[in-house]
Structures are given as structure tokens and as C-alpha cells.
Design a binder for this molecule. Sequence first.
Ligand code: ADP
Length: 492
Amino acid sequence: MFKKMLIANRGEIAIRVMRACREMGIASAAVFSEADRNALFVKYADEAYFIGPAPASQSYLDIAKVINAAKECNADAIHPGYGFLAENPAFAKACSESGLKFIGPSAEVLALMGDKIAARREMEKAGVPMVPGSKDCITGVDDARRAAAEIGYPVIIKPSGGGGGIGMTVVESEAELANALESTQAIARNTFGLAAIYIEKYLRNPRHIEFQILGDASGAVIHLGERECSIQRRHQKLIEESPSTALTEEMRSRMGEVAARAAQCVGYQGAGTVEFLYSSGKFYFLEVNARVQVEHPVTEMVTGIDIVKEQIRIASGLKMNVRQPDVKINGHAIECRINAEDPLNDFVPTPGKITGYYAPDGPGVRVDSGAYSACDISPFYDPLIAKVICWGRSREEAVRRMERALFEFSISGVRTNIPFHQAVMGNANFGKGDLGTQFIERENSLFENMRKIAESGQTLAGRIPQFDERKKRAAVIAAAAFVAGRRGDGSS
Ligand code: ADP
């Protein structure tokens, strides 16, 4: 087993990995940027190395700096978390060339899965059902017209090297095609450094259902059931749960087997996710995420399997601790991503200093976070403050528990999307499990309810003056008036 692991990431996922290290007796080393000097993950690590300015390109994305830090501290393995360098084949290669074990699939598999056109081709060979789409990279407007006409409108144009829902454009008719093509190509070039794009049939309001898989060096691949991630905004997940209310037991094992077989076909080692769209009882391959995902805790809650520890075991050459028949889904888990963003103002990010922080607790509640009172939410990175994961014996219990946890979650100093999550948990169609990727656009009452919830101050924080900005301001004014009154000068 490894002796020391460098975690090439920040925030909650860095802490998540360090927790696994601690339990496994592996020392942990952090790397941090100027913006993260006082971050919790830096304190949590056994040692920490400064690697440069706040912009990720000069620190967390700088392969040479990360590798140098790992060498300097004598680490024998690197965990990349998610985002940043996690799916970068050049980084995986640089690690192995420096004698460091990269915790993840091989550079070849990362390269294959990172190129979505190539991944689609490979998965089709493995017998995985596909959304109808172009087989190759689209070469120009004429090619796009031909492909779209064949597929049938509406279509969606996607960057082949994409991620995070960035650059995808829905096209309803041929008249919109040329402009959409140009804008997606420009975004693809600027964001991913690769102009390659492809076209797929656009499914209306499908469900996003993905399977967690684990593969080890012996060639064994298993799946840990599904997560439904249909509650999204601009193709970005906000709420995830396991199991999905859409699947029968039979469909679950069919999709799980397809996912595991697909991963096996490419020699997948480590933890990964095979994503599908699900519509009218049919499922279609979307992509493979070759890393641990933000939403992995819901699977951990219902299976009891520690996915990060399994990743580490697999990377060290050990067999998985679990076989397919051992995987049992127990109860239901839901995750809400608590972001520093203002849901009442088009979800604009609201970075700043957290002045008060109290996380929910109690039965069936897990919080993964890198935040604490007086920490900074930096404008340079993703505005994720915490993930709240609630488990219940039934879905209904998990939903009620999430409502209770959101009531408790008290954060002051920055606005958060907690009222959004409260509104979703109270929504009748969400309660029925009637979900789709356009849920947020289609549920008209959601925003009105969110506004009411935000204004009502129906949270634990609303009852504690230190957490309530309005009450805090009133208290300061009252104190000033009191002092002024005692001085008798009338100033305030
Ligand atoms: P990314 O890698 O950028 O996250 P994905 O291919 O995983 O992109 O898709 C993200 C989300 O975009 C999906 O969960 C879904 O909501 C939407 N989406 C992608 N492809 C389609 C499609 N063909 N039809 C309808 N929605 C789609």
C-alpha cells in the first residue's frame, strides 16, 4: 500500500480523499494556491506545498508544479480528485514517468474517454445503445446540415472534448444551425483547445441516469447501481439521488450490466461513471466520466462502499474489496450541492468571506465540505461550499430529512442556493419522483416558492442573530444608539 499521497486538488474533494488516506494509514500532502492559504484542506493535510497564484492555470493545472511538489515530499501516489487534472492523459503519463502512481485509469483510457466522438464509437462497438448522432467530427456547415437532416430536428451540437455542459447548443431547425455551429466551435476552441464537435438527436426532458462502476487490475468490473441526476440547471447537476424512481429492478440490472461491460471492453481500471439519458423506457449512452464524481456520496450511502478507498486499493494493485453479488442497495440517498450563488438573481456566483457556518447533523445526514467560519469562497474556483447528503429508509424519509438538514444549514456572509433546494424538496412533482432534465424550466412555481422561502427566513439561522444579516445590522444600530444615548451627543 502507498505510504504518502499527494492530493492534486482543493476544497471538499481534497478533504474527502484525505479522510480515506487517514483511515488507510496513508500520509497526505496538499498543494495549494495563493487563494487557498487558509483553506481547511491545507490544514487537514499532514503537509502542504504552495504551488503558485490563484488562477488554476498557474497552480492546480500546472502539471510540472504538481509533480515537483509530489517529488519534493516523497509521495508515491497522486490522487487528482475531480476537475482540474483528473482526466488529463498528459498528467497521468507525467505521473507514471516520474514513478508516481496516478489514482485513476491509464492515460490511454483517459484519452479515449476524453474524446467523446471516439468514446461513442468504442461504446457502440461494445453494444451500448447510442443517442442517434454523427459518427465523426463535423467538418463544416454542409456536413452539419446533412447530419442534422438525417438525425432529425431538434438536435444538440456538442464539443467533443467538452465537460460541465459547456458549449452545448440545442438547434430546433435548419435556420439556426449555422450560427449554433459557429458558436459551439468557438467555445470548444477557447475552453477545451479543440474545435471538434459532433451532433446528436436532442431528447426533450429525458432523465439523466448514470452508473457507478469499479474495475480492477484483474479485469473484473462491477457496478454499484445508479444515480439519477436529472435536476440540473444549464446542463449542470444540482441534486442527485440513488436509486432512481424511474428504474425497475430488471432495467437496473440491464443498464448496470451494459455499463460494466462497456468499461470492461476498454480495460477500465479504477472508479468511473457511465452516463446515460433515459427516455420512454429506453436508455442511451452519453459519456464516461473517468474519475470520482461530485455525487459519489449518494452511492456510498446506499451501498456502504467507500468508493475513494476502493480507488486507492485498485491503484495499488489490490483486488476490489467487493464483488457484484455483495452490492446491495439499502434505502435511498439524496445529495444537494450547496453553492455560493444567488438563486434569486439568476444564480450568479456570490464569492466572499463566510462569516458564520453551522452544518447540519443528526441521523442519516452527511456533509462533505471544505468550508468553516471565516473561510473564503474564492471567485477563482467552483462556488461549491458543501454537499449535503441525506439517507432514509425510503425516498420520502430521505426527502423529509433533507428538508430538515436544509433548515439547519446556517451560512452567513455569502448568499447560497439553499432556498432553491428547499423549494425543490417541497415540490409536489419532485415528491412523486416525476423528474426530467428540464424540471427547473418546467416547474413554474419553483421560483415563486423559493422567493417566499428566502423571505420568510424559515431556517435555524433566522433564529440566531449572528447568522441573520438583517438582525445583525439591527443589533449593531441598536448598540450604537445605546452608546450614543449614554454619551448624550445624539450621534449614531
Ligand atoms: P458534459 O460532459 O458537458 O457534462 P454531457 O454529454 O454529460 O455533457 O451532458 C450533460 C447534460 O446535457 C445531460 O445530463 C443532459 O441534461 C444534457 N444533454 C446532453 N446530451 C443530450 C441530448 N442528446 N438530448 C438531451 N439532453 C442532452
